[in-house]
Design a protein around this ligand. Structure first.
Ligand code: ATP
Ligand code: MG
Length: 263
């Protein structure tokens, strides 16, 4: 199963990604959690030990690896390089594992000029394609507010793209923009997940402002989300009410994938 999570900044993408990763791991599945945010923090949300998280080097910063695989000069952005670098050993070699969850950080490609086709971006693109098309685990991608890293070749491999919204116009407007970008590259199964829901009014707001997309689930607002962050605990263990609501989302996703396979 391949799940991509997007949405406006601060809506709770990382929170949801960390919850789903723990839930599937607890169900005995192998989970590969991909932090595709340029400023990664999924490891902390997952409750990975800070020393372990601090040691992770995002793939985009591995100059030697990028140069070796793309047959380019370390740190170079121009010249000739290989467009189909070998990447299949990267997930196992460079991820860190804890509680049955493997975590891989992609990092940020420094944009050189316009339309960056440079060795780091080519390596990442090939890596993401590999993760989505070839890996057998549950792959959960915590993304930026968009569909960066995804393209037409990978769109069909995404079983579900979850757009997280909070009860407010700004996040639902962003959701509509992401919906259009996702549809442009051919992503079929798009859903909204509402987060930080305080009451019935919030719930109604999200149901009425879901950019025309089905709402897969709603997560309650809770001080425990922030407390988990302060204490460096996993949200999954620190906020049982969030874990419970996310269980329902995980089950709905399982049903969706089973349905898609049976057609
Ligand atoms: N259900 C919730 N109730 C209360 N606070 C929440 C909830 N979900 C997330 N938060 C808080 O909102 C903030 C943003 O959450 P999170 O990091 O998951 O969002 P994000 O979309 O990944 O943000 P970014 O765009 O910066 O990556 C955090 O401080 C988090 O603790
Ligand atoms: Mg985040």
């Amino acid at each position: 199963m391949k799940i991509a999570i997007t949405g406006k900044g601060g809506v709770g993408k990382t929170t949801l990604a960390s919850l789903l990763a723990h839930i599937y791991a607890a169900r005995g599945r192998s989970v590969l959690a991909i932090d595709a945010d340029p400023s990664p923090n999924l490891g902390a949300a997952l409750g990975f030990p800070p020393e372990q998280v601090a040691r992770i080097v995002p793939i985009a910063e591995m100059e030697e690896l990028i140069a070796e695989r793309t047959e380019s000069q370390p740190g170079s952005y121009g010249g000739w390089f290989k467009m189909n670098p070998y990447v299949s050993d990267i997930p196992d070699r460079f991820s860190v594992e804890q509680d049955g969850i493997k975590l891989l950080e992609l990092g940020e490609v420094q944009k050189g000029g316009s339309g960056c086709i440079c060795p780091p971006s080519v390596l990442l693109k090939n890596l993401v394609t590999h993760l989505l098309l070839r890996r057998q685990e549950v792959v959960i991608m915590d993304m930026y507010a968009g569909v960066e890293h995804l393209g037409r070749a990978t769109a069909s491999a995404v079983d579900a793209m979850l757009i997280v919204v909070e009860p407010g116009q700004r996040s639902t407007t962003t959701a509509a923009r992401i919906r259009d970008l996702a549809r442009d590259i051919g992503i079929q199964r798009l859903f909204v997940v509402g987060n930080k829901v305080r009451d019935e009014a919030d719930r109604a707001f999200i149901l009425e402002n879901s950019a025309g997309l089905p709402v897969l689930g709603l997560l309650p607002a809770t001080p425990r989300a922030v407390e988990a962050d302060q204490r460096g605990e996993s949200i999954y263990t620190a906020a049982p009410e969030l874990a419970q609501a996310a269980e329902e989302i995980a089950t709905a996703l399982d049903e969706l994938v089973a349905e898609a396979l049976s057609v």
